[in-house]
Design a protein around this ligand. Sequence first.
Ligand SMILES: [Zn+2]
Length: 329
Amino acid sequence: MTLPPFLRQALAGALLAGLGLSVLAPAAVQAAAPQVRTQAPGFYRMMLGDFEITALSDGTVPQHMDRELKDAAPGQVEALLARAHQTLPVETSINAFLINTGKQLLLVDTGAGRAFGPQVANRLVGNLRAAGYRPEQIDAVLLTHVHSDHSGGLVVDGQPVFPKARVYLDQRELDYWSSDEARAQAPEQKKPWFAAGRASLAPYAQDGRLRPFNAPQTLFAGVSVIPAPGHTPGHSFYVVESQGQKLVFWGDLVHAEAVQFPVPTITISYDSDQGTAAHHRLAAFADASREGYWVAAPHISFPGLGHVVPDGDAYRWLPAPYSLGVEKR
Ligand SMILES: [Zn+2]
């Protein structure tokens, strides 16, 4: 029997639909696959002129920002977090940043290592490897400051994680954390931070690989450091420039982006001098929004790369738009 074409098509369609139904039915059973529940490797790359910048995640750590943030009106922190659809505790990123200048490999901060225990953070080295580099390739570590979520990754079991790296930090930062007098004067809950900081620096000091500087100064071609005290006495910003592009590594200027961009005067308990920290935050927001350069921040949601723009009387963070433009073609 010969069927007209339109009927053949209709029959074929019906047959396929029937097959489709019979094929689709078992697929519903396959949907019971176990949930994988892992995240993508934590690195993100961009080019800054001739320099390759790689943001490296050390993980996230839950923070009770309602307790830690200071100089806010009652309920203000909770209201700002709610406006940003964030719940307490806030899952705060710990980011570090790798700069490949083409001549040297520089790591800005090291993450916490095991400072918060092996299960919290402690992902930097894994993500460094996932990003295509090895710890022994790092030529220099540039510390924004010595708090353990920035310097804890320097050591594991007393051994240096970066066996060839020199460690750069402000002389005032080194002096502060080395001082028994400063430790004696510190609030009780901050006293253990001195032992932790000293332990992170010790193997590098013993090898003669500490490089204290007096900011502001140029450290390498295209890489300089400026003082930004307040969060700690020797807290530093690193400034990287290549081919007319500029990126400023802030250190701990912002701990809660949903709160401190709209209200930059809100400080955090971790600041050693909250008034000076707030002053530097306002000045840095104004400068970044006026000049329009890139910013890298350790505790802004990973990858912590973006720009600052004015928003009414305050500021807003614009995260880097995701881009494959870094790839070689
Ligand atoms: Zn800090």
